[in-house]
Design a protein around this ligand. Structure first.
Ligand SMILES: N[C@@H](CCC(=O)N[C@@H](CS)C(=O)NCC(=O)O)C(=O)O
Length: 205
C-alpha cells in the first residue's frame, strides 16, 4: 500500500498525519503552503482535486477527500480505533465522527468569517456565540471518564474532534470547558501526535 498525504500547513490535514503516526503506517508527505496574505491554499492543490482543499489522501493512486472519510477509511483498513461493529459505541462513534465536520465546524467558521466584517457582522454575533456555546457545552458533556469521546481508548472520533476543540482552546476557553482542555492536552502529549507535529510543521495549539 502506498500513501501520499497532500498536506496544507497549519490545517485539518494535521490530524491525518497524527492518525497515520498512530497507525505506524509509512507515508509520503507533499507540502503545500497557505498564501501569506489570504491564508488560502495554493493553486497547485487544484491539480490534485478540483476543490483544492486539504487534507487529500492518495492511497494506491486513488484520491480520498474529506477528513472524516479519510479517518474512517484508514481505521477500517487497519482494523483499529473503531468500536466493535453493531455496538452502541459504534453508533455513538458514527454520530461524533460526522458531528466534527457536519455540525461544530459551522459556528466555528461563521465566527471566523463574520469576525472579519467588524461592526457589519455585529447582528450575527449573538446567534453565533450561542451556537458555539451549545456545541462546545455538548462536547464537554460527552467526554467519557476515560478522557475520550467513545469508550476507554483512542478512536477516530477523538482524532476528528481534536481540530474544532483545539480552535476553541486556542481562543482562550480552557477554563470554560476544562474537560475539553484536558482532552487536547492529553492528545498533544501522545508520542504519535508529537511525531506528526515534527513532520507536518508549525501548527497552532
Ligand atoms: N470538510 C473538509 C474541509 C476541508 C478544508 O476546508 N480544508 C481547509 C484547511 S483546514 C483548506 O484546505 N483551506 C484552504 C482553502 O480553502 O483555500 C475536510 O474535513 O476535509
Amino acid at each position: 500500500m502506498t500513501i501520499v498525504v497532500h498536506h496544507l500547513n497549519n490545517s485539518r490535514s494535521q490530524r491525518i498525519l497524527w492518525l497515520l503516526e498512530e497507525l505506524e503506517l509509512p507515508y509520503e508527505l507533499r507540502f503545500y503552503q497557505r498564501d501569506k496574505t489570504t491564508n488560502l491554499a495554493p493553486p497547485e492543490l487544484k491539480a490534485v482535486h478540483p476543490l483544492g482543499k486539504s487534507p487529500l489522501l492518495e492511497i494506491d493512486g486513488r484520491i480520498v477527500m474529506e477528513s472524516g472519510a479519510i479517518v474512517q477509511h484508514l481505521c477500517e483498513g487497519a482494523g483499529r480505533f473503531l468500536p466493535p461493529a453493531g455496538s452502541d459505541d459504534a453508533l455513538r462513534h458514527l454520530q461524533l465522527m460526522h458531528f466534527a465536520e457536519g455540525s461544530v465546524m459551522t459556528p466555528v467558521l461563521l465566527d471566523l468569517y463574520v469576525g472579519r466584517l467588524g461592526e457589519a457582522g455585529a447582528p450575527l454575533h449573538p446567534r453565533i456565540q450561542e451556537q458555539l456555546a451549545s456545541h462546545f457545552d455538548y462536547l464537554e458533556s460527552e467526554l467519557r471518564p476515560s478522557g475520550h469521546f467513545v469508550g476507554d481508548s483512542l478512536t477516530g472520533a477523538d482524532i476528528m474532534l481534536s481540530f474544532p476543540v483545539e480552535i476553541a482552546m486556542m481562543k482562550g476557553n480552557r477554563s470554560r470547558w476544562p474537560k475539553l482542555a484536558a482532552f487536547v492536552d492529553a492528545m498533544h502529549a501522545r508520542p504519535a501526535w508529537q511525531r506528526a507535529l515534527a513532520k507536518g510543521g508549525a501548527y497552532f495549539k
